[in-house]
Design a protein around this ligand. Structure first.
Ligand code: HSE
Length: 413
């Protein structure tokens, strides 16, 4: 028989209830793997759940967890930064290991909390914060440890990928696809975190921090969502054998700084990311020894996310007396280079009064560009610029906006 390890779960929403479910349904196989019986002793939630078979475990008072010395591992699945940050910090300081799926918390305070975990010889693990059930952080930190990693990018948000897939494959307008995503429980009623790119931004911050060793903060990352993508943009992209995907991207530069962004991009059908559809996520990592590695799977959902959380709990239970080596340094103000200095190509769609005159004006401002064409594009012009720094492209777009003959409708990276 195995010793028992008591754990507490803070938050009994979708992920929290999934964590309790997975632990209860797999108790024997988990015990075999952890070499310990994992026992949920407390569940923190402000709501009442009188009908659950484990309703006796609920508390509304965090102190019941933090003051209970028999609780060795705490799962934080409340979401948001406050009070999650204060609760996690206190648990680590009291010698409890913490597992979280909270990307907002890790993206804002990861380096700080990892440091506190190190000082208290406990673990702070957060595999579920990126890619839901896809193992990606542990493989980057451990299995790819022999590599110098230099680029990480991918489709990091399931909700926006679902919406874009509906737009691409079924010609469904954005508003309708968003409504469907809400009905299916993918998008929140207040969908901004997903559709405006903030969720993907937090995930690329965590991926970049773990890949390159220094914290990247969300406010350092140029972030744009998919709110303004129309079926016209989708059709122009298709005419060039491309699809529009929301891409989180981070790259190490020669001077040791990094570029980082989240924005919709026109992805060639040849690129593996173009065939990642619906709520699936995919993360591409590039290292000097391994080359390209891609991680693919369900990036969200109750049981996929709970699967990653419980795996971290098992890891903590197996390493109660030892620390899993995982940390990165605090960030710096100038670590992420300004977006204006990064080279990029832009897709530009504009309404025009006189097509031939507009083409001449585009040529004189941008030089050679690649025009896109599609059916019924009367009175419109769409093109992809050549590679230039974003700063130069911004000022050229400003020049374009000044023209009487042209009204800029949409610009994409
Ligand atoms: N809202 C997120 C997504 C959930 O759609 O990917 C997982 O972080």
């Amino acid at each position: 028989m195995f010793d028992t390890v008591n754990i507490a779960v803070m938050g009994h929403g979708v992920v929290g209830s999934g964590v309790v479910e997975v632990i209860n349904n797999h108790s024997q196989s988990i015990a075999k793997k952890a070499k310990k019986e994992i026992c949920v002793k407390h569940i923190l939630d402000l709501r009442d759940f009188p009908d659950l078979p484990y309703s006796n475990l609920f508390t509304k008072d965090f102190k019941d967890i933090s003051n209970d010395d028999s609780v060795k591992i705490v799962v934080e699945v409340m979401g948001g930064i406050h009070p999650a940050f204060e609760f996690v910090k206190e648990c680590l300081e009291k010698g409890k290991s913490v597992v979280t799926s909270n990307k907002e918390l890790v993206a804002a305070h990861g380096a700080e909390l990892l440091k506190i975990a190190g000082e208290n010889n406990v673990n702070f693990l957060f595999e579920a914060s990126v890619g839901g059930g896809i193992p990606v952080l542990r493989p980057i930190a451990q299995c790819l440890a022999a590599n110098d990693l230099y680029e990480v990018y991918g489709i990091l948000n399931g909700t926006t990928n679902f919406i874009l897939t509906k737009m691409i494959k079924e010609n469904m307008p954005f508003d309708e696809a968003l409504k469907l995503a809400q009905q299916l429980g993918y998008a929140e009623r207040e969908p901004s975190a997903d559709i405006d790119g903030h969720d993907a931004c937090r995930k690329i911050c965590i991926l970049a921090s773990i890949s390159f060793g220094k914290h990247v903060y969300p406010e350092q990352v140029k972030t744009e969502g998919i709110r303004n993508i129309t079926l016209d943009d989708i059709a122009y992209a298709a005419s060039a054998d491309r699809v529009i995907k929301l891409i989180g991207h981070a790259k190490l530069m020669e001077d040791g700084k990094i570029s980082a962004s989240v924005c919709p991009a026109l992805i060639s059908r040849d690129n593996q990311l173009s065939s990642v559809e619906d709520v699936f996520n995919a993360v591409m990592v590039r290292g000097d020894a391994i080359g390209d590695v891609m991680f693919y799977g369900r990036g969200a959902g109750k049981l996929p996310t709970a699967s990653a959380v419980v795996a971290d709990v098992i890891d903590c239970a197996k390493h109660l007396q030892a620390r899993k080596y995982l940390s990165w340094d605090e960030g710096e103000d100038d670590y992420v280079v300004p977006a204006e200095t990064v080279k990029s190509r832009y897709y530009i769609r504009a309404g025009v009064e006189n097509l031939e005159a507009a083409k001449e004006e585009v040529q004189s401002i941008f030089g050679d560009v690649a025009y896109l064409s599609r059916e019924n594009s009367k009175g419109e012009l769409a093109f992809i610029t050549s590679l230039e720094t974003e700063g130069k492209l911004y000022s050229k777009i400003d020049e374009l906006k000044e023209l009487k003959n042209v009204s800029v409708l949409h610009v994409l990276d």
